[in-house]
Design a binder for this molecule. Sequence first.
Ligand code: KG4
Ligand code: ZN
Length: 362
Amino acid sequence: MTILAIESSCDDTCAAVIDMDGRIRSNVISSQQAHARFGGVVPEIASRQHLELIDLVVAQALADGGTTLEQLELVAATQGPGLIGALLVGLSSAKALAGARELPFAAVDHLQGHVAANFLITECAPAQAGASAAAAPDGEQGPFEPPFVCLIASGGHTLLARVTARDGFDVLGRTLDDAAGEAFDKGARMLGLGYPGGAALERLAQSGDPSAFSFPGSASERARGGRGAQRRAFADGLDFSFAGLKTALLYTLRDLPDGELEARAADLAASYQAAIVDSLLARVERALERTGIARVAVGGGVAANGELRRRLLALDAAVHIPARALCTDNAAMIASAARFAEHIAYPGYLGLDAYATGERRG
Ligand code: KG4
Ligand code: ZN
């Protein structure tokens, strides 16, 4: 079965073609550059850009995948959560493509897509050499099978899930405020590193001392006992919070003596990154302990972070980190999830609507 999927929940216009066994035939991602000067994604601009790009991106995915519209057997799209106008462009295009050929359709939850990136067959990336996921002899990496604990950390989401089947997950924890990627981006902006700044912050952190400053969420801060019983109760749970960290950086920057920022920027970046990674790792470790599952997978743009990868790979567990292009938003992961989702026969899907927040609904 040949599947075409479209993903347009945020600022990447994506289309991919995969086979039913999870082999990727094409994975086209067009990242919109128009948002950088605004320091964040502007929803209306994102929708308009999706409209301009979607036909080209789909045509490219079909061409790269060596297939035609006539050869497709299933069409899928992200239904939510995400920016509603952006989602509607991809969902409507996909429904039109499927409807015109009376093909079955799968409406996919974006987070289920991030989880399902782990079920794809991919080239074995060098960064995964230490990972203990099943590696096929021809250099391909096979699907990572449930059960596993999945950490999804992107600019829009921070989620810890228990995955016991290929068609769903249980939420173990999520962020109470900012997403982990958002925390990286806001920290980067305060340090004058532009947007999105996660990667730039990581580069700056490489020459800094992660223990120079003690930020909330960092291991050094927890060692001091945190701030009161409520904070300790939260620190023992599986939910995330990054808003306090952002404020702590703001106050630290405000209190720095004049002219000190340049000299301390690398230390600040390293300490701030350490606080985010510590917070993510502490909850992953706790989730492994509580579920008794010794298998971890990740998704989302923050999975590109070297410090996070090093710390994950050092866990006493089987660790699966998909290639970067499969961690960030892409349509191959949506196609992957579509394999295990409900395949709605024509014309049952024509009235499907997108959803901006929350869980999937019909
Ligand atoms: O998954 P993604 O491409 O898009 C969504 O947000 O859905 O994730 C982008 C996020 C941004 O917040 C970006 O700063 C962060 O991932 N990011 C990183 C790194 N590369 C990207 N954060 C930390 N370290 C990195 N190397
Ligand atoms: Zn995403």
